[in-house]
Ligand binder design. Structure first.
Ligand code: FRU
Length: 476
């Protein structure tokens, strides 16, 4: 007899987010299927509705007219059919002939074998006319198996259109145990021809053994390959999370499918950022979502019946081969009130006088006679929930949380002026430094309304402008 599972319920709202996409309840990880279709942005996510733990993957779904107010829709894909028996893993969406096409990975275990590393993966299609109901293609799979020189890692299809053809890339691991990205081509989204790998890890320790969630697009005069490698070893201030998300840039030729590329660079430098996916907005902006968490984290919200969320959507730009990230400009639509605006000379710790759990802080710090500036978020016992610093000595920016999981750092261009755009939601902080040159994405867990204190080790001129943001921008 089949047991009927009931979705888990949220039992406590203490960490629930106000303007970040999360599930009504249960687990989420990677964003999937980010697209614009019939007047709405759509975002899907890896989802398990029956527990606040990873389980057989479904695709949860939300849509928005403006990128910032989201409405949760019914689950779009459920696993259990022959071609996605044990999970509908990550994938993407494209619009073709007025319909939305979801291209996703089917996950399969071998009968009677309970080793979670023994699996195989294929690629499938589901189609929707209205952007709400999805029908799996009756002749799935569209890509039945990995090439012969591949291991079982063969997933996370990302599809795009170029000049009369559809292209699909997949994250994979070659038989030499190195991560790589495979390219396919099609004229109808159904029959796919394998063209070979377009990029590959150069080194197990530096670039990893499996590249999850690849994405590929043109920005300015370059092509960018985004991916989330597993197995990159920590190297000083770099690669200190369990897995990393980063990118390479280069030039891709559609004639011979060659991609000459740069070295791998991290995208965000915080503790909680993984598995990104982009889409192009109708106005040409390259938009990005990511999972605002990291594999291996504790997820204190699990106790409350949910787990995981997506980052606030960002716009990507490329400057001198470096990706810059900034919150999408639609953020302004979430402002409900200006909480505080001012300019002060600070020297030491300087609390800003406002109280909120969902806000945006625009801060400019002119270093004058100071060599270290930043801010700390503190609770009612004055315990630090997050500390951010810029040090002029070595041009390091850093974010540190009290849990013993180490500091995260990045290097920026030398400057006397630090411009911060900070998004705080109930249990998250996103910091955009100097117009997106570096970013830190962090989950923080406190039941208090945290105080915001500017900090410096000498005289600093500070300008600040704080806005309350809509705390019910996501409807479940
Ligand atoms: C990345 C990932 C993907 C996979 C999905 C499964 O976080 O491991 O490679 O498709 O999560 O939920």
């Amino acid at each position: 007899m089949q047991t009927i599972l009931k979705p888990i319920e949220v039992t406590n709202n203490r960490y629930r987010l106000g303007y970040h996409v999360a599930a009504k309840s249960g687990w989420i990880n990677d964003p999937n299927g980010f697209c614009y279709f019939k007047g709405y942005y759509h975002i899907f996510y890896q989802h398990y509705p029956f527990a606040a733990e990873w389980g057989p993957m479904h695709w949860g779904h939300a849509r928005s007219k403006d990128l910032v107010h989201w409405e949760t829709l019914p689950i779009a894909l459920k696993p259990g059919d022959t071609e996605d028996e044990n999970g509908c893993f990550s994938g993407s969406a494209v619009v073709h002939d007025g319909k939305m096409y979801l291209i996703y990975t089917g996950h399969h275990y071998y009968p009677g074998d309970d080793n979670p590393d023994h699996f195989w993966q294929n690629q499938n299609l589901a189609i929707s006319e209205d952007g709400i109901h999805f029908k799996k293609y009756e002749n799935n799979p569209i890509i039945a198996h990995a090439p012969e020189d591949n291991t079982q890692h063969f997933r996370d299809s990302k599809v795009w259109y170029d000049n009369g053809n559809w292209y699909l890339i997949l994250g994979s691991q070659g038989n030499d145990n190195l991560g790589r990205v495979l390219l396919y081509k099609s004229i109808n989204l159904i029959d796919w021809k394998y063209l070979g790998p377009i990029a590959k890890s150069n080194d197990l320790k530096k670039e990893g053994y499996m590249w999850e969630c690849p994405d590929f697009f043109t920005l300015g005069d370059k092509q960018v390959l985004l991916m989330s490698p597993q197995g990159v070893e920590s190297d000083g201030i770099h690669y200190n999370n369990e897995n990393e998300t980063g990118y390479v840039t280069g030039n891709f030729s559609y004639t011979d499918n060659r991609f000459e590329r740069s070295n791998f660079q991290e995208l965000d430098n915080g503790h909680d950022f993984y598995a990104t996916q982009t889409t192009m907005a109708p106005d040409g902006r390259r938009l990005l979502f990511g999972w605002m968490d990291m594999w291996g984290s504790e997820f204190p919200e699990k106790q409350d019946g949910w787990s995981g969320a997506l980052i606030f959507p960002r716009e990507l730009t490329l400057k001198n081969d470096r990706l810059y990230m900034n919150p999408v400009s639609e953020l302004k639509l979430l402002r409900t009130e200006e909480l505080l605006k001012g300019a002060s000379n600070i020297d030491g710790e300087y609390p800003l006088d406002f109280s909120s759990k969902q806000y945006e802080a625009l801060v400019e710090l002119d270093l004058n006679k100071s060599s270290e500036v930043g801010f700390v978020l503190t609770d009612s016992n004055n315990t630090k929930a997050l500390e951010f610093k810029y040090s002029k000595k070595n041009n390091h920016v850093s974010a540190e949380r009290p849990e013993n999981d180490g500091i995260r750092e990045a290097i920026i261009h030398s400057t006397n002026k630090i411009k911060l755009h900070i998004l705080v939601d109930t249990s998250s902080v996103e910091i955009f430094i100097n117009d997106g040159e570096a970013t830190f994405t962090e989950r923080i867990y406190s039941e208090d309304t945290l105080k915001f204190n500017l900090v410096s080790d000498g005289s600093v001129t500070a300008n600040y402008d704080i806005y309350q943001l809509d705390s019910h921008a996501v409807k479940y």
